[in-house]
Write a protein that binds this ligand. Sequence first.
Ligand code: NAI
Length: 494
Amino acid sequence: MSIDFKVADLSLAVAGRHQIRLAEHEMPGLMALRREYGPSQPLAGARIAGSLHMTVQTAVLIETLTALGAEVRWASCNIFSTQDEAAAAVVVGSGTADEPAGVPVFAWKNESLEDYWWTAEQILSWPEGSGGPNMILDDGGDATLLLHKGVEFEAAGFVPENPQDNDEDYSYEFTVILDRLRRSLAEHPGKWTEIARGIRGVTEETTTGVLRLYQLAAEGKLLFPAINVNDSVTKSKFDNKYGIRHSLPDGLNRATDTLIGGKVAVVCGYGDVGKGAAEALRGQGARVIVTEIDPICALQAAMDGYQVATLESVLDSGDIFITATGNKDIIMARHMAAMKHQAIVGNVGHFDNEIDMAGLARVPGIRKVEIKPQVHEWVFDEGTDAQRSIIVLSEGRLLNLGNATGHPSFVMSNSFANQTIAQIELFTKHGQVGADGSPEYTNQVYVLPKVLDEKVARLHLGALGVELTELTKSQADYLGVDVAGPYKPERYRY
Ligand code: NAI
């Protein structure tokens, strides 16, 4: 059977397969789920549209989902994050480069925005007669957004005009989405409504995507149930923090190889990702300054020993600026114009709107020099005494995935074990009713029960040689918990 796909180069599949094989050993949670659920095939009949960085680790996730019975189509959730060898290996599967037998993947490193939204449409457009997708696995919410916008415009009967350049909310990317939906609405009227009708649920990976889901649910617009994977403790308190602690310096080093020790590093946002970023930079010997808007996180940063300041007050002292807020308009063109010569600017928040790249490009007389892909020097005031430049990584997009290969396998095994459990949960409980006769899942956003969170952690202890102390029955009674867990109330914050 031939599969449709679009990746950079299938001849990279052998290299990709070696990396996947090594990653499997580092992903004990996913491999344990394969052993536990492989025989019962809980995802048989699931047709999953996946949008998540197409890395080696994601390849192990995809092949876990298929090992549990699912059919899958996949795209990356970022234009720079695909590892082409991983994408090739997933497509080839157990076949060959001439006769691929794996999973349809639509992802390559360095996509244009037009390519990107085309790939998003491909994962939702299943072959004739397949029945269409019935699950979404999302990271950042772009697949969910495309589908919701498609349904909204179909209901309205038209796609709005593209916003103009001088519109305050103008974003070129939004016009790309509108163009894509305009085309599909003309070619296949009713397509998005039909797809949405088949979807049993979405499982969302990251803080930013989860924010979008809660907003949709609050407006009563969420079209199917959602599981917030990010807020499993074994996701956000591990991937966001320890993952970035590894992959941020990796990205900085591969991009610039600038010595971090002794430099002043500014981290914007001291949430889970910011905490990992600050720790990593301090670990390399940088003097770290944090910016925050939340007094609790600002106090945490101060108690952790960091200077907390406003961005404006440290522009001329910072050597490295990292955004990790999940918010927009954090480092603006006027900020970048006031930085030191060869200051490094990068983002590890989900979207590129943390750094004002459009504003930077509009600075009069500015020149962009490509040092290498995903590393650009922006030169101000060329030819004058004031000439200096800054270095922007991954064009303001996730630098740990654009300039390096994202988080390492072991931490992603935690995140993706939650993803797999969440997919099983929503797929198998679709249409079921609880003891009180009400549906198990309605069009709201849910988190996985704590006992499953603890299970994910437990699956990773052995590989690290962790010896866990067991509660005695009388200790458990004293604490008011079960010997087998869960051990903490929902309100506990870790
Ligand atoms: P979070 O909500 O825990 O932390 C964000 C922090 O930024 C908050 O403490 C907030 O108060 C602060 N903040 C908001 N606006 C700010 C402003 N104007 N100035 C300074 N601080 C501000 O979120 P989390 O989990 O740390 O995620 C942050 C972003 O990173 C999200 O977009 C998330 O999706 C993304 N992410 C990226 C990963 C990667 O591999 N690069 C991995 C996981 C998450």
